[in-house]
Design a protein around this ligand. Structure first.
Ligand SMILES: [Fe+2]
Ligand SMILES: [Fe+2]
Length: 146
């Protein structure tokens, strides 16, 4: 089974999210290729990054009153709960279901990035201060300025 890898198809052309997503994809690939001895540690790193990344997106959605936030927040919570279950299983040496979970996470991640995250990136481009990042729209705002 091929491991997940970063590609342009996952890029949202929005650096604050793309950077975190790229890292997430790399960590998931590391978990997918981890040996039995290292799977538990790889999963813990993946879980920590995912937690932080979801929390950041959640914060951006709330601070900008993103209209589609409810479903997006719920998806993050459900996936995070599953990953935490995975961590418990990995620690207990139940590796087969964790490897299965990594596969499912990979296909979920692609769909989530290209749908919910894509919509959020579009929204956040109009709220550059929420992410602390200027965007191309900054330039637009200055057009015609004295
Ligand atoms: Fe995301
Ligand atoms: Fe998301």
């Amino acid at each position: 089974m091929p491991t997940v890898e970063w590609s342009d198809a996952l890029s949202l052309d929005f650096a604050p999210m793309d950077t975190a997503h790229h890292r997430l994809v790399d960590l998931l690939a590391q978990a997918q290729t981890a040996t039995d001895d290292s799977l538990s540690a790889a999963w813990a790193v993946l879980l920590a990054h995912t937690k932080a990344q979801f929390a950041e997106e959640d914060r951006w959605m709330r601070s900008t009153r993103f209209a589609a936030a409810a479903n997006h927040l719920l998806q993050h919570r459900v996936v995070l709960n599953l990953l935490m279950e995975g961590e418990t299983m990995a620690r207990a040496g139940q590796l087969a279901p964790v490897r299965e979970m990594a596969l499912e996470l990979a296909s979920w991640l692609i769909k989530h990035t290209q749908s919910m995250d894509a919509a959020l990136a579009l929204h956040l481009r109009r709220h550059p201060h929420a992410t602390g990042c200027g965007t191309a729209l900054d330039g637009v705002n200055h057009v015609g300025a004295p």
